[in-house]
Design a protein around this ligand. Structure first.
Ligand code: MN
Length: 166
């Protein structure tokens, strides 16, 4: 099963980087408001450059001299099943996530005519959605180490294993 990771990253601004392992790389989107377990909450997901697979487990502080400087947390990780109705190039990606926080079916839908980099991430109705609450607030800490972003920020910078492009 391919892996997914969501990294909570406080660079210039706090955002969440959603990454799906596909064909040997991490296909990536930056989500300014983060994911939601509520079907009514559609979140802008801006496509960014693919990342090296080695970045999936990175948690630490990106040094000031590097792009994306600031703390990075493995907010959620696990595996996923690709349930897309067609190829990803068609602009509709559906995945069933098995994470520690995010579970069930999610859709990424490309917003045609608004710049091909702009997608929307939304929870699909599958009985595992939440009716209320904000998982970003109820489960803010690392899925890998249990630490908060502030605790990670307090440690010494550690260069990531590859270049980071938001
Ligand atoms: Mn980022």
């Amino acid at each position: 099963m391919p892996l997914f990771v969501i990294q909570k990253h406080h660079a210039k601004r706090l955002h969440y980087d959603f990454r799906l392992e596909k064909d040997g790389v991490l296909v990536s989107w930056a989500i300014p408001k983060g994911p939601s377990m509520t079907t009514s909450e559609k979140r802008l997901a801006v496509a960014v450059d693919d990342h090296d697979l080695s970045y999936a487990g990175y948690e630490g502080v990106i040094p000031e001299t590097s792009y994306g400087a600031g703390p990075v947390m493995v907010w959620d990780t696990g595996t996923y099943r690709d349930i897309s109705p067609a190829g990803w190039e068609k602009g509709r990606i559906e995945v069933e996530l098995s994470g520690t926080k995010l579970v069930g079916k999610f859709a990424l839908i490309q917003m045609k005519g608004r710049g091909e980099k702009n997608w929307l991430l939304m929870k699909m109705k599958d009985g595992r959605e939440h009716r209320q609450g904000d998982i970003l607030q109820t489960a803010p800490d690392s899925a890998k180490t249990g630490r908060s972003l502030e605790e990670i920020q307090a440690e010494s910078p550690t260069p990531p294993p590859c270049e980071v492009k938001e």
